[in-house]
Design a binder for this molecule. Structure first.
Ligand code: ADP
Length: 318
């Protein structure tokens, strides 16, 4: 075949665009299976069952879901602590499924910051807030003056500049978590991951921590993924992704609508998530309301796809 013909064919062939090519975080059909026990009593737990998730650079996304739905497993994979059993996971240029141990260390030092639920786990107890923030900078070999300025800037940004000289036990839980955010940001990561950062805090204090995460997201343009079991956080972020049984099942998008007369209202809309094979989870309330069971009728209409119960068949059976 001549080269011109070949080129002509190439131009006509549909181009395979990589799933989430422009996203900062790409989880593509992510699977994580845990084995517990050995021998005949061994049990496999599928913590992630083909999860798809895209997060754009600069977004702040909340991941919600019941206990055991796979949220922590997802964060462990994204933070480079754990590796997926199957599927593709990329953060920026890093392919997390194929990293060597040395690359894993480099990834964790340069690309991601992490805030844990347990306030005590985030900070070194015998160091002051400022020293906790400069610690990762010491490791990275930054000059002393630069380290001090950076610590002050970050503590001020998250509203705990007044805690710079205090040790963790001299701070409230909310202050400790905000210092933890400053520590996680010390190395200027592009992605900040937080696993239930307000799990041990009351509502008012949780609000301060969420405000700090939002400030970081808006001011530094750091991408933030925050995991919580509290569905009420949907009111705090523009995008909430719900995980059910190790898969993304629905998303709530929040936006502000202006009425043209100076008034505005926040509108939150829930969307079902369709995976790459075209599967959509129909919420249980919908299934029960119309007795949708194993087989349903799908119809393509000009503007929508409808799902109807298979009534003819159920009539036949009775
Ligand atoms: P969540 O954070 O939403 O509570 P997890 O990601 O912690 O959920 O857990 C998802 C599922 O995987 C659960 O059924 C849990 O019991 C299981 N699981 C998590 N970690 C392990 C592990 N290290 N070994 C075995 N099973 C695990």
């Amino acid at each position: 075949m001549s080269e011109t013909t070949l080129r002509g064919l190439e131009a006509r062939a549909p181009r395979r665009v990589e799933f989430g090519r422009d996203a900062l975080v790409v989880c593509d059909n992510l699977v994580r299976i845990y084995q517990t026990g050995t021998g005949p009593g061994a049990v496999e737990v599928q913590a992630l069952q083909g999860l798809d998730l895209l997060v754009d650079a600069g977004e702040m996304v909340a991941v919600v879901g019941a206990s055991g739905s796979g949220k922590s497993t997802l964060l462990a994979v994204l933070s480079g602590i754990d590796a997926p059993t199957a599927g593709r996971v990329r953060v920026g240029p890093w392919d997390l499924a194929a990293m060597t141990a040395a690359e894993r260390v480099a990834y964790r030092r340069s690309m991601v910051g992490f805030v844990w639920q347990q306030t005590a786990r985030n900070l070194v107890p015998y160091l002051t807030a400022a020293q906790n923030v400069t610690l990762p900078l010491n490791l990275a070999g930054h000059p002393r003056r630069r380290r001090r300025t950076r610590a002050t800037e970050l503590l001020d940004l998250v509203g705990v500049g007044h805690c710079a000289a205090r040790r963790p036990r001299e701070m409230s839980g909310g202050e400790q978590q905000r210092v933890a955010i400053a520590v996680a940001l010390a190395n200027a990561p592009r992605l900040l991951l937080a696993d239930e950062p307000t799990g041990e805090l009351d509502t008012a204090t949780s609000q301060e921590v969420f405000d700090a995460l939002r400030t970081v997201n808006r001011t530094l343009a750091t991408t933030v993924v925050v995991v919580t079991h509290d569905a009420a956080v949907s009111g705090q972020v523009e995008r909430t992704v719900a995980i059910r049984d190790g898969r993304t099942s629905s998303e709530v998008l929040r936006r502000t609508e202006h009425d043209g007369e100076g008034g505005s209202a926040v509108v939150a809309e829930e969307y079902a998530v369709m995976d790459r094979a075209g599967r959509v989870q129909v919420p249980r309330e919908y299934r029960e309301a119309l007795e949708l069971t194993r087989r349903v009728r799908l119809a393509l209409e000009s503007e929508q796809v409808t799902i109807r119960p298979d009534r003819d068949r159920s009539g036949e059976r009775s």
